[in-house]
Design a protein around this ligand. Structure first.
Ligand code: NAP
Length: 147
């Protein structure tokens, strides 16, 4: 891989995703910044010649495949995938409804799988690529009041 890389970042409309995108652009890389609302992603990041903002709800495999296809059509490759999108529902178990629990698993477990599944054929074709999955200590250790 050359020093100039094409990054593909999920959940880039706020929080860490915005900061990662800005840092990668400032370092001279190209970024495909994605989010459930692409207009919100574009508003958070502003215009940049090396930036493409796309719609991607990570719970949707079809949207992941469409975003990857658009990224490759525009930039020819994807070198780095950052599975950053996430949500967090914490509380006593009976305070969390089934939809919240399901949403957390769909977003933080199956979401990265959807995007990785969509990106891997491109990376395998390139015979190069880096997958970064943003996790949390909350995923590996129990926390008080965090069922
Ligand atoms: N902040 C912390 O203390 C902390 C600690 C440990 C781990 N983390 C992890 O670090 C990552 C970034 O956290 P953050 O603090 O930057 O979170 P944040 O400010 O809450 O931002 C989360 C981002 O994920 C997006 N998102 C949520 N569901 C999505 C979906 N289904 N499809 C696509 N995008 C979706 C949100 O988009 P919308 O704008 O559309 O909601 C938002 O852009 C997450 O994976 C989180 O689990 C954070």
């Amino acid at each position: 891989m050359s020093n100039h890389k094409v990054w593909f970042i999920t959940g880039a409309g706020r929080g860490l995703g915005v900061e990662l995108t800005k840092a990668a652009l400032a370092a001279g890389h190209t970024v495909v910044a994605t989010g459930r609302n692409s207009a919100k992603v574009a508003a958070a990041l502003g215009a940049h010649p090396n930036l493409l903002c796309l719609k991607l709800d990570v719970t949707r495999l079809d949207e992941a495949q469409a975003a990857v296809a658009a990224a490759v059509a525009r930039f020819g490759r994807i070198d780095v995938l950052v599975n950053n999108a996430g949500n967090f529902y914490a509380g006593f178990f009976e305070e969390l409804n089934p939809e919240q629990v399901r949403s957390q698993l769909e977003t933080l477990l199956f979401g990265p799988m959807n995007v990785t599944r969509a990106v891997l054929p491109t990376m395998r074709g390139q015979r190069a690529g880096l997958l970064l999955n943003i996790s949390s200590t909350a995923g590996i250790t129990g926390g008080m009041f965090c069922s």
